[in-house]
Each structure stands twice: as structure tokens, then as C-alpha cells.
Design a protein around this ligand. Structure first.
Ligand SMILES: Nc1nc2c(c(=O)[nH]1)N[C@H]1C(S)=C(S)[C@@H](COP(=O)(O)O)O[C@H]1N2
Ligand SMILES: [Mo]
Length: 316
């Protein structure tokens, strides 16, 4: 089922997105004098490691990890959605290069008995760092498998005491027009905001991501820290978080503000509820030719009980 040779791919079988990566792989293989066997896989990894960021060691393995084949470091770091740094998939890797992520603080505020602001050093010490290999499904119909590093978001949320009114958590991305040259063309309201219901935010699968592939997060992937909610479409996984607010009412979310009939608050991966403009029944794993079936909750069945009794067509 795995790829093989991009140059032999019938173009009709490949979306423009998968196509883009496959062409790049072909090119880099040719340049490196590689063999066709290397094209589909991890050719770029050693090189990418060499030019990459600070290593994170002492990682614990997570029982939540999938055993599916991981996408390469290059796939994960050159095919991104991060509209503050451009709407093209290849733009964040270029325009986020000099994004300043130190010093960095995150505030915990809103419906809490005492608000708190933590810096990255403090956050990194809250819990043992785990490697969690998660499937990641973008609402646009592509998916990747990423070896994230981090720990359950609950470890951070537990640093404050919520009041009885706290029912949801809202998240906000850092925003600076000077550092985000592409912000005007983003076409969405910034700063990027997202939200989760309290039980979703406290679920052990919900990850506070600080790295991937054994190193700190590359800027284009949301450095220095981001959310990763593997059973929801990728846009829920907000990058470069600076503010976490405990709130009483369901908070506004960026894509729901932009196009409310297409992107709801819950946004659980659901092959039975199509996007108004395309099917969600299948997905293309980057690097593969044939589309896979999309799984309910992206295969993370353990969250099903959070939505017992809810109409997931209505709560899309
Ligand atoms: N601040 C911010 N966070 C964001 C986005 C964004 O544009 N801005 N894009 C989202 C979307 S649509 C996806 S699919 C994932 C992509 O994460 P990745 O680039 O690390 O794979 O980030 C999400 N988080
Ligand atoms: Mo996405």
C-alpha cells in the first residue's frame, strides 16, 4: 500500500497536497543520489536532525502511542498550517524561522481562585516528558503520524484552582504583526483562539506539546508550546499558546468565527459527518497514494464516552 516511486504516480491519484511532498521527495532523492527505495520514506531525517533544535532527552514512552509508521521529520516540518506565517503549506517553515520563542510565559486566568503565570522553564518541569506518537487528521483531508513530546495538559491546568463557574478552557496564540509578516493574508481573525470543554481539556490524551522527533518544537509546528488533541481535526490543536483562560461559557474559536457552518466547536474527527464542501470519510496519509478510511474519533475510541448522548451531526 505504501508509495514507491512518485515519478510513476498517475497524477489523477494524487491530491495537490500529497503531490507537492512527493515531488519534493523525488527531487531531494535525485539531488542526493538516492535510490527509489528511499523516496517514500525517511530520506531527509538525518539531515534534518543535523540542522535542528535543542534535543530533549529522558523521554518516557507513552501507552497512547500508535505503532503506525511515523511521517518523516521533513514531512512534519515542511507541510504546515500556521496562517500567521502564511497560508501555503511550505510558508511557515520559511516565515517562522526567526520567530522569537524565548522568553515565553503562559498565563492561567479567568475562573480560577488565583491566576498564575508560568515561564517555559517552570512548565518543562511540571511532569516527565513523554514521547507520544499520535495520528493527526487535518479537516482538509490529509493526515500524518507525529512523534510528539510533552505531557497531558491536565498537569498544567492543575497548577490553578478553578472556581465552580469554570466549564470550558479557552486558548490564545501569541500575536505580533512585526514577527508575523504574513498575518494580513491569513484571512482569519487573529490572535488565533481555540477552546475545549473542561472534560476534554482534562482528558489524559490531550497533550501539551513541547517537542517532536526528540527535540524542541520547530517554530512552524508551534514553538515553544502547543495543544495536541488527537481525536479532533487539526485546527483545534492551537500553536504557540500564551494565554489559557478558564471560562463559564463555550468560548469563540477561530475557524468557527470564520465559517460557522463548516467548522463547529467540537470538531471531532467523524467519517460520517461530511464537511459541507467535501467528504470526511477518507483521508490521505502524507506519503501514501491510496486514501485510507477515516476512523471515528481518529481511532481514539477511549474518548467516545465524553460525547455519550450527544448528536454529533448537530455538534459538529
Ligand atoms: N496559531 C495557529 N494554530 C494552528 C493553526 C494556525 O493557523 N494558527 N493551524 C491549525 C491547523 S488547521 C492544523 S492542521 C495544525 C497543523 O499542525 P502542524 O503544522 O504541526 O502539523 O495546526 C493548527 N494550529
Ligand atoms: Mo488543519
Amino acid at each position: 500500500m505504501l508509495i514507491g516511486k512518485p515519478k510513476a504516480l498517475p497524477y489523477s491519484l494524487v491530491t495537490s497536497k500529497a503531490d507537492y511532498l512527493n515531488r519534493r521527495r523525488f527531487l531531494s532523492t535525485v539531488l542526493a543520489g538516492g535510490t527509489a527505495a528511499a523516496i517514500g520514506g525517511r530520506l531527509a531525517v538525518p539531515e534534518a536532525y543535523a540542522q535542528s533544535g535543542r534535543k530533549l532527552s529522558g523521554l518516557t514512552k507513552s501507552p497512547f502511542s500508535t505503532t503506525e509508521k511515523m511521517n518523516s521529520f521533513e514531512d512534519i516540518t515542511t507541510y504546515n498550517n500556521y496562517y500567521e506565517f502564511g497560508t501555503g503549506k511550505d510558508e511557515p517553515a520559511v516565515y517562522a524561522k526567526n520567530f522569537k520563542t524565548t522568553p515565553w510565559t503562559v498565563s492561567l486566568e479567568g475562573e480560577v481562585t488565583q491566576p498564575k503565570t508560568l515561564d517555559m522553564d517552570a512548565i518543562m518541569k511540571l511532569a516527565p516528558l513523554e514521547e507520544r506518537i499520535y495520528r493527526h487528521r487535518c479537516v482538509e483531508g490529509w493526515s500524518i503520524v507525529v512523534p510528539w513530546i510533552g505531557f497531558s495538559l491536565s498537569a498544567l491546568l492543575k497548577q490553578v484552582v478553578p472556581t465552580a463557574k469554570a466549564k470550558y478552557i479557552s486558548f490564545e496564540t501569541y500575536f505580533d504583526t512585526k514577527q508575523m509578516p504574513k498575518w494580513r493574508s491569513a484571512g482569519i481573525q487573529l490572535p488565533y483562539v481555540e477552546g475545549l470543554r473542561m472534560d476534554e481539556a482534562m482528558h489524559p490524551l490531550t497533550l501539551l506539546g513541547v517537542g517532536l522527533y526528540g527535540q524542541v518544537l520547530p517554530n512552524q509546528n508551534g514553538a515553544p508550546l502547543r495543544l495536541v488533541v488527537p481525536w479532533k481535526y487539526g485546527f483545534k490543536s492551537i500553536k504557540s499558546i500564551v494565554k489559557i483562560k478558564f471560562v463559564e461559557k463555550q468560548p469563540p474559536t477561530t475557524w468557527n468565527i470564520a465559517i460557522s457552518n463548516e467548522y463547529g466547536f467540537y470538531s471531532n474527527v467523524n467519517p460520517k459527518v461530511d464537511h459541507p464542501r467535501w467528504t470526511q470519510a477518507k483521508e490521505r496519509r502524507l506519503g501514501e497514494v491510496f486514501r485510507r478510511d477515516t476512523l471515528m474519533f481518529n481511532g481514539y475510541d477511549q474518548v467516545a464516552s465524553l460525547y455519550a448522548g450527544m448528536d454529533l451531526k448537530k455538534n459538529y
